[in-house]
Design a protein around this ligand. Structure first.
Ligand code: XUL
Ligand code: CO
Length: 436
């Protein structure tokens, strides 16, 4: 136990009429939607990094948060940080958490020392995770903060950095496996370039492909049953990141024959940076069969930065969970808040309140999405729009033996002049609004 959240009681469900800012109004963990409880549908996770490591700095200013575990990067304070983190997970009642190696242990003078410390912290976590404590949604390696990674991790021009990354990822996968993690995430924060003038694109993509293939091989070698997830992002910190968006990642996976081995962790803010809506990225992932998990944090639509804000739009949440449900729901994945407070939100209570609101918005979105699907509210009109394709003649045009000139001849003979029909966008938007 830590003293940091000592004054804050566990958050409970009080119902839609509650005015208590520290209670759930929509997230009722045991309430069932179909065969699953809300807890099982949403699989909430809280990220360690932004909540317990980030100090409130922005490009123009430094620390605003003064957490008691900040003053020095020592193992003693790493344990104090873990105590506070697990208190928060318990107060929120989240079933999962996520971490980077760098979030939980101070870096050592050597790889061996860093790994030893990571394992010591994993021992410490293991005790806190026992007896109904939170489980690990995913583990990952921070291969973007230290200056050794400034020119890339697996895509670095220096082969020694590639080898360093192999050791780092191996250690993180081992720990994720040991803690029963359900996924392993790779976000390539430095896998890209600042300028093409000094970059050999071809080499860097080859290096990244080989690295990912070896990660997949290692997963099988150690018997890790979880999913390997790539988290797409188009830029920031680099000018251009190779894992630009879901479609780009899919092309990369196809090229290296990894499309059945690797899925995606889609983050709303990253979708926005790529010029997409969140639902676009999720629909693309589901269509390509690589949907894995979500980071449920959004960006400010005006600033153009990865602001990592907590979700707060009922309609955005509804459209996101619509795609999640249409993908069959989460299997190993879940809803992770990779979210940051605003830097003026200084108090322990702000950390809890932010997650309470976010969990509630997701629960509300899930319920809306579930009802839209149950009522066939969007799929009905969508099916009707494509109904012409149900006929045998139409299907024959898509068959393997159909040819362009054969179809052309039939069209010329039939002399049908296709008549456009309304796409009815506003009517569909009105339907969605009825459910949110
Ligand atoms: C960075 C980001 C990371 C990944 C894990 O934008 O989203 O926190 O989720 O490295
Ligand atoms: Co993320």
């Amino acid at each position: 136990m830590s003293q940091y959240f000592a004054d804050i009681a566990p958050v409970t469900f009080e119902g839609a009429d509650s005015t208590n800012p520290m209670a759930f109004r929509h997230y009722n963990p045991q309430e069932k939607l179909g065969g699953k409880t809300m807890e099982e549908h949403l699989r909430f996770a809280v990220c360690y990094w932004h909540n317990f490591v980030w100090e409130g700095n922005d490009p123009f200013g430094g620390q605003t948060f003064q957490r008691p575990w900040f003053p020095a990067d020592t193992m003693e304070l790493a344990r104090a940080k873990a105590d506070a983190a697990f208190d928060m997970f318990r107060i929120l009642g989240v079933p999962f958490f996520c971490f980077h190696d760098h979030d939980v242990r101070p870096e050592g003078d050597s790889l061996a020392e860093s790994h030893k410390r990571l394992n010591e912290m994993a021992d410490y976590f293991e005790k806190k995770m026992a007896n109904g404590g939170p489980r690990l949604l995913w583990g990952t390696a921070n291969m973007f903060s230290n200056r050794r990674y400034m020119a890339g991790a697996s895509t670095n021009p220096d082969p020694d950095v590639f080898a360093y990354c192999a050791s780092t990822v191996k250690a993180c996968m081992d720990v994720t496996h040991r803690l029963g993690g359900e996924n392993y995430v790779l976000w390539g924060g430095r896998e890209g370039y600042e300028t093409l003038l000094n970059t050999d694109l071809g080499r860097e993509l080859e290096q990244m492909g080989r690295f990912l293939s070896m990660v997949v091989e290692y997963k099988h070698k150690i018997g890790f049953k979880g999913a390997i997830l790539i988290e797409p992002k188009p830029q920031e910190p680099t000018k251009h990141q190779y894992d630009y968006d879901v479609a780009t990642v899919y092309g990369f996976l196809k090229r290296f024959g990894l499309e059945d081995e690797v899925k995606v962790n889609v983050e709303q803010g990253h979708a926005i940076l790529a010029g997409h809506s969140f639902e676009h990225e999720l629909a693309m992932a589901r269509t390509l069969g690589i949907f894995g998990s979500i980071d449920m944090n959004r960006n400010d639509y005006q600033s153009g930065w990865d602001t990592d804000q907590f979700p707060n739009s009922p309609s955005e949440a509804a459209l996101a969970y619509y795609e999640v449900l249409m993908a069959g729901g989460f299997t190993t994945g879940g809803t992770n808040f990779d979210a940051k407070l605003r830097r003026q939100s200084l108090d322990a209570e702000d950390l809890i309140a932010a997650h309470v609101g976010a969990m509630d918005i997701c629960a509300r979105g899930l319920k809306s999405a579930y009802r839209m699907i149950e009522d066939d509210a969007l799929e009905g009109p969508r099916r009707a729009r494509y109904a012409g394709w149900d006929s045998a003649d139409a299907q024959a045009m898509l068959a393997a033996d159909a040819t362009l000139d054969g179809i052309a001849a039939r069209a010329e003979q039939a002399r049908v002049n296709p008549q456009p029909r309304s796409g009815a966008q506003e009517k569909l938007e009105n339907i969605v609004n009825r459910y949110v």
